[in-house]
Design a protein around this ligand. Structure first.
Ligand SMILES: C[S@@+](CC[C@H](N)C(=O)[O-])C[C@H]1O[C@@H](n2cnc3c(N)ncnc32)[C@H](O)[C@@H]1O
Length: 311
């Protein structure tokens, strides 16, 4: 891994994003059902990025693994990707796309004012709220372009975030993990009394997850529930400690997913939030943001808000 700049006393991401980037199977945050890149987003950014001039200085704010910046065809004079997650930036760095990774919080960007010609963010700047937008606006050079695709309330993404959050939370609030660990310990003791006592605690928790969550292999509760069922069926083939380690890892994953999904929900903008952002921009003497709704080309459902600054 190459070196990258870390701004001052950076507090590492604790909201689940760093864990997400350490284990994500894709470098894209939002993929279609078949695991492919999202065609609506690709089309949107292709049109924006076509206009990037060879001498432009561009920045992808809250870039993750550079899903957007990686689509720039003609290498600009300077291309920076900023994110709070070191794991995201390590991925970006490994992809070697000529994007300079910078670890920083979007609410305090370590760049002089007016030093970028194109400032953009996909599902990122809104995590830092008003301060993030003010910072992006501050670093934009006169005549430059500022373009965000942002989470918005009532979008199809937010609906699926709400479903995922309910599903993950169920595994955490139902006593499922502690009861499953207790059961694994009892099974390994081979003491029937201990097994019966542990099963009495585990069964209601198991039932709560099974009845409350939609148990399909590709949602979290389903994956965990079915995974545990399989382990219990083939109990003799596993070391008890491995089963307990797996359960602890799944619990950690559930906690970090719940944190990440919660920040995704609270980052989503509505008209009131946009009004507050524009109020802050106006007070700082900066141009306001204009919104346009972006719908999925496949489903026609609301996907995001396009936010642009009118120069
Ligand atoms: C939904 S992901 C989007 C990543 C990327 N833009 C993409 O579309 O693939 C949100 C990203 O914002 C980053 N992030 C969250 N809060 C941030 C902050 N205050 N400053 C910088 N990055 C932040 C997370 O680490 C994560 O990589």
């Amino acid at each position: 891994m190459g070196a990258f700049f870390v701004e001052g006393n950076l507090t590492l991401a604790t909201d689940g994003w760093d864990t997400f980037w350490s284990s994500a199977t894709s470098d894209e945050v939002l993929v279609a059902g078949d695991g492919q890149r999202n065609s609506t987003l690709d089309r949107f950014w292709r049109e924006q990025l076509e206009r990037v001039a060879a001498d432009a200085r561009v920045i992808d704010v809250a870039c993750g693994a550079g899903s957007v910046a990686r689509q720039i065809v003609q290498t600009p004079a300077l291309c920076v990707g900023v994110d709070l997650s070191i794991n995201a930036l390590s991925r970006l760095d490994q992809l070697e796309q000529g994007i300079t990774p910078v670890a920083a919080d979007s609410s305090s960007l370590p760049f002089p004012s007016q030093c970028f010609d194109f400032v953009f963010s996909q599902f990122g700047v809104e995590y830092a709220g008003i301060l993030g937008v003010l910072e992006c606006s501050r670093i934009l050079a006169p005549g430059g372009v500022l373009k965000f695709l942002s989470h918005c309330k009532d979008s199809s993404i937010q609906k699926s975030v709400a479903r995922d959050l309910l599903n993950v939370n169920l595994t955490l609030t139902s006593n499922f993990f502690p009861a499953a660990v207790q059961l694994a310990q009892a099974l390994s003791s081979r003491e029937q009394d201990q097994i019966n006592a542990a099963a009495e605690v585990f069964n209601p928790a198991e039932q709560e997850v099974r009845l409350g969550a939609k148990i399909v292999p590709d949602n979290f509760a389903g994956y965990t529930y079915l995974g545990l069922q399989k382990l219990l069926r083939q109990w003799e083939q596993h070391e008890p400690q491995d089963v307990i380690s797996w359960l602890n890892a799944m619990r950690h994953e559930a906690e970090s997913a719940a944190a990440r999904l919660t920040t995704m929900q609270s980052a989503a903008l509505d008209d009131e939030a946009l009004k507050e952002i524009n109020q802050a921009l106006s007070e700082a003497g900066l141009p306001l943001l204009e919104k346009r709704e972006v719908a999925s080309v496949e489903t026609n459902m609301l996907l995001a808000w396009e936010l642009s600054q009118c120069q």
